[in-house]
Design a binder for this molecule. Structure first.
Ligand code: PLP
Length: 314
C-alpha cells in the first residue's frame, strides 16, 4: 500500500517521502512497517491524548499553543508531560526542511501492558505515534474567494452518555478508577444527579430494608450488565425480594450490603464506601449477609446448571 501523496502544486512529488513515513517512538519508519502492541492501552481503552497542528509552507501554526495544550492533556490523564516535546520533535523529523503544507496528527498513549487490565500496570512507557497528511497551500486557499461552506445539524450534547454501548473508549471510567486506586479503593461507583448509576466496570446492587435493590435501565445511563440480568433472575428464583428502582446516593450509604457485579468478577462485596464500612449499624445487617450467601450459592448453582446443560446439548 502506498500512502504517499503529492503536495498541492508540487509537480515532481518530492514531498512523497514525508507522507509515506510515520513517526513511531522517536523514529521515522515506513507507514506500512509501523507496529503497535495489541496490548497498547490506546488500542484497548482509548487511553491516550492527541494533538493536530497545521503547517503552511513548512511553518507550524501556533505550535506553542498546541504543545501547551498537549502538556495539559498529559498532566490531566497522568501521562509523563515531557511527552509534549514529542510534538515539535516529530514535526521536525517528519517535515525536515521541506516547505510542506500539511497537518500533523500526534497521539500519546499510556503504553502497552502485558495484559488487559483497567488499571494501568506500573512502569508503562508511553507510545508516541505521529503522521502527516496533506493540506492546501496558502496560495490555493487565497485563490478561493471565501471559506468553503458546509451543512450542519444540531444534536443534544451526549458526549459521552451512551453508556449502554460497551465502548472501548474507556478514558472516562479509567481516570476516576485510577483516582479511586490512589485512595486505596478497587472500584468507583458513579452517581448522577444524586442517584446511583453503576460501577467503573460493574453494576451495583444493594440490600436496603431487606430488599435487593438495583437501579433500573431507564435511569442514569449505564451498561446493561449481563450478570445484572442473571443475578436478578437468581434472586427471584430464590425468593429474595427484589426492587428495581432508582437509588439515591444517600440511601446507598445506609445500605446493609453493597454488591458490584460483572461477568468476569461475578459478585464483589463492597466492604467500605468513601472510607466508611458498609452495613455497620445498618438495620437488618444479618439479613444482608444471608441474602448475599443465597445469591452467591444461587449464582454458582445456576452457572453449574448452565454449564451442564450446554455440555449435554453440544
Ligand atoms: N458496567 C460497566 C461500566 C462495565 O464495564 C461492566 C463490565 O465490564 C458492567 C457494568 C457489567 O457488565 P457485565 O455483567 O455484562 O459484565
Amino acid at each position: 500500500m502506498r500512502v504517499g501523496v503529492r503536495r498541492v502544486g508540487d509537480p515532481g512529488g518530492s514531498a512523497e517521502a514525508p507522507f509515506s513515513r510515520v513517526y513511531m517512538n522517536g523514529r521515522l519508519v515506513p507507514a506500512v512497517e509501523a507496529r503497535v502492541s495489541v496490548f497498547d492501552r490506546g488500542f484497548l481503552f482509548g487511553d491516550g491524548v492527541y494533538e493536530v497542528v497545521h503547517a503552511f509552507g513548512g511553518r507550524w501554526l501556533d505550535m506553542n499553543l498546541h504543545v501547551g495544550r498537549l502538556r495539559k492533556s498529559l498532566v490531566a490523564v497522568g501521562i509523563d508531560p515531557a511527552m509534549a516535546d514529542e510534538l515539535p520533535r516529530a514535526a521536525r523529523m517528519l517535515v525536515g526542511d521541506t516547505p510542506l503544507d500539511a497537518s500533523i496528527y500526534l497521539q500519546v498513549t499510556r503504553g502497552a501492558g502485558s495484559d488487559r487490565t483497567h488499571l494501568p500496570q506500573a512502569g508503562l512507557v508511553p507510545t508516541v505515534f505521529a503522521t502527516l497528511s496533506q493540506t492546501e497551500s496558502l496560495a490555493a486557499l487565497r485563490s478561493t474567494a471565501a471559506p468553503p461552506s458546509i451543512r450542519a445539524v444540531t444534536a443534544p450534547d451526549s458526549r459521552w452518555l451512551r453508556l449502554e454501548i460497551k465502548s472501548i473508549s474507556l478514558m472516562g471510567a479509567l481516570l476516576p478508577l485510577m483516582d479511586a486506586q490512589r485512595h486505596g479503593a478497587g472500584e468507583v461507583i458513579f452517581t448522577r444527579d444524586g442517584f446511583v448509576a453503576e460501577g467503573g466496570s460493574s453494576n451495583i446492587f444493594a440490600v436496603i430494608g431487606g430488599e435487593l435493590v438495583t437501579p433500573p435501565l431507564g435511569g442514569p445511563p449505564m451498561l446493561h450488565g449481563c450478570l445484572r440480568t442473571r443475578l436478578l433472575s437468581v434472586a427471584i428464583a430464590n425468593g429474595i425480594p427484589v426492587s428495581v428502582r432508582s437509588v439515591p446516593t444517600a440511601e446507598l450509604k445506609r445500605a446493609t450490603t453493597i454488591l458490584s457485579t460483572g461477568s468476569r468478577s461475578l459478585i464483589r462485596v463492597v466492604a467500605s464506601l468513601d472510607g466508611e464500612p458498609v452495613g455497620v449499624g445498618a438495620p437488618g445487617c444479618a439479613g444482608g449477609t444471608s441474602i448475599v450467601s443465597t445469591l452467591w450459592t444461587g449464582l454458582l448453582d445456576a452457572i453449574e446448571e448452565d454449564a451442564r446443560r450446554i455440555g449435554h446439548s453440544s
